[in-house]
Write a protein that binds this ligand. Structure first.
Ligand SMILES: [Zn+2]
Length: 495
């Protein structure tokens, strides 16, 4: 795969969103366009948000390239800078020592632009400030014409409109010179749908790079991907040439991201008009904070785990209950815990009968392949599975009564506890929660390879019980089976 770069001018020089040959991506800032090119392989495809090719005269609203693209832009029309004639751009003779010198150069450029345009048009101050960057690329391409086969001009707002099925973005990127969250959000969503990794879209920006600069560079990278895949088209088609033979065209992706089959990520409109997205919003925003937080801080860990594989030392067997997640309770990061969760954290007895045994399959992998050193069975308070086991004569939740069958692992002890009228219902619940942990540990030992590894001192079995309301974690005494308060006193710890 060739290296691809999407580039935009930024206060610090040039910001590039780079996709390397191995598919990894990164943001980089270079003081000069030449420096940027030198940092890339000789065949890298570069798409830049900067005019390339300067006509001697301008007719109408700008170059044919701008005239061809402008209708796509709708309310975002003003984002398109109408380039003046070459002589006006070359009137930049900076850097200027003073504001007076700059104003004089601007006036000269404007006069040259008016003289070479029909109808006569001058140059805005904002446009004038782009001239040194336009000239940087222009001089490079004129000195080395072969570069023109791999350096392409594009325009972010036109690219977004093309990706969006021909409809321009609803909101501007900036309002009164300040970042505009809805505008940045809709563009970021398109870039995500186009397949840019969150790490590129959310990573900390280099110094001197605005969020809008990053988004524009990323849009240019999408165009570079389309160019590399032969799925981009020039406006106009074919490109014009300026007097120096430089191509004059704005390149845009040929395909919108509007087909669900193509992207797999398109929101699906249901018959009642509601929008159904692929994942619930809460998950998307949680995922976003994971990427911006933990993943960003631990990128190297994740990469190393991907490269070298997992070697967790501990397996946890826990309940499906949403309030008792082992990774949260034990503060574990990626690669640290091998977890199987099922209703009421039960281990069935060893039973190689050819049926479907999910928990036994996880045990087999953890012990035989990963060679974990510890297995922890963690129960918890207010467990719905345990409550079901203590409730007699209840209707099954479905004809299959999968819960009833699963909880029968605890028979006949569940019946005995349920019938104990000396205990309150709360006491019966806690008692069976703890008995279930001891039962699961006994069942672990019915697996021959687990028993063997435990005998050899290569595997330790533990029991624990988590109290959701107080966050107390009780640990089982291996000798007596009693549960004891753990080392950490929650009240002391939170003060
Ligand atoms: Zn539970």
């Amino acid at each position: 795969m060739r290296t691809l770069a999407g580039v935009d001018g930024c206060p610090g020089g040039w910001i590039a969103a780079v996709q390397h040959e191995d598919g990894t991506t990164a943001l980089a800032v270079h003081a000069s366009f030449q420096g940027l090119l030198q940092a890339l392989p000789d065949d890298a495809i570069v798409v830049v948000d900067m005019p390339i090719g300067l006509p001697e005269t301008i007719r109408g609203l700008g170059r044919t390239a701008e005239t061809a693209v402008r209708p796509m832009l709708g309310a975002r029309r003003s984002s398109l800078f109408a380039i003046p004639a070459r002589a006006a751009v070359e009137a930049w003779d900076g850097p200027h020592g003073s504001e007076t010198a700059r104003a004089a150069a601007h006036a000269r450029a404007s006069a040259l632009a008016r003289a070479r345009s029909e109808p006569a048009r001058g140059v805005s101050r904002q446009g004038f400030m782009l001239f040194p960057k336009i000239l940087e690329i222009d001089r490079l391409l004129r000195a080395e014409p072969a570069l023109a086969v791999r350096i392409f001009e594009s325009h972010p707002e036109a690219a977004f409109a093309a990706l969006n099925g021909g409809t321009a973005m609803a909101h501007p990127k900036k309002r009164s010179g300040r970042p505009n969250a809805p505008g940045l959000g809709e563009r970021r969503a398109l870039l995500e749908r186009a397949g840019l990794p969150p790490a590129l879209l959310l990573a900390v920006r280099p110094r001197g790079v605005g969020e809008d600069d990053r988004i524009d560079a990323c849009a240019m990278l999408i165009v570079a991907r389309a160019v590399a895949a032969g799925r981009a088209r020039p406006f106009p088609d074919p490109p014009e040439r300026d007097a120096h033979g430089l191509p004059v065209a704005i390149w845009l992706p040929r395909d919108p991201l509007c087909s669900a089959e193509e992207t797999g990520l398109e929101a699906i409109r249901t018959s009642d008009g509601a929008t159904m997205t692929l994942l619930p919003d809460a998950l998307v925003s949680g995922y976003r904070s994971f990427v911006q937080g933990r993943y960003l801080q631990e990128t190297q860990t994740y990469r190393a785990l991907a490269r070298d594989g997992q070697t967790p030392e501990t397996m946890v067997i826990a309940c499906c209950d949403s309030r008792a997640a082992p990774e949260t309770i034990f503060g574990a990061g990626a690669g640290e815990l091998f977890v199987v969760r099922n209703v009421a954290n039960l281990v069935p007895p060893y039973n190689p009968d050819g049926e479907f045994h999910g928990t036994s399959a996880a045990l087999e992998f953890a012990v035989q392949a990963l060679k974990v050193k510890n297995i922890v069975v963690m129960g918890h308070g207010r467990c719905g599975g345990i409550k079901a086991a203590l409730t007699t004569g209840a209707e099954p939740l479905s004809p299959g009564d999968f819960i009833g069958k699963w909880m029968s692992i605890l028979q006949p002890v569940a019946e005995t506890v349920a019938a104990n009228e000396l205990m309150t219902s709360g006491e019966r619940q806690t008692a069976l929660e703890r008995i279930s942990i001891r039962t699961s540990i006994a069942n672990l030992r019915s697996f021959p390879y687990i028993a063997a590894r435990e005998r050899a001192g290569e595997l330790n079995l533990y029991g624990a019980w988590f109290d959701i309301s107080t966050a107390e974690l009780w640990a089982m005494d291996a000798e007596t089976g009693d549960f004891q308060r753990p080392l950490v006193d929650v009240e002391d710890a939170v003060i």
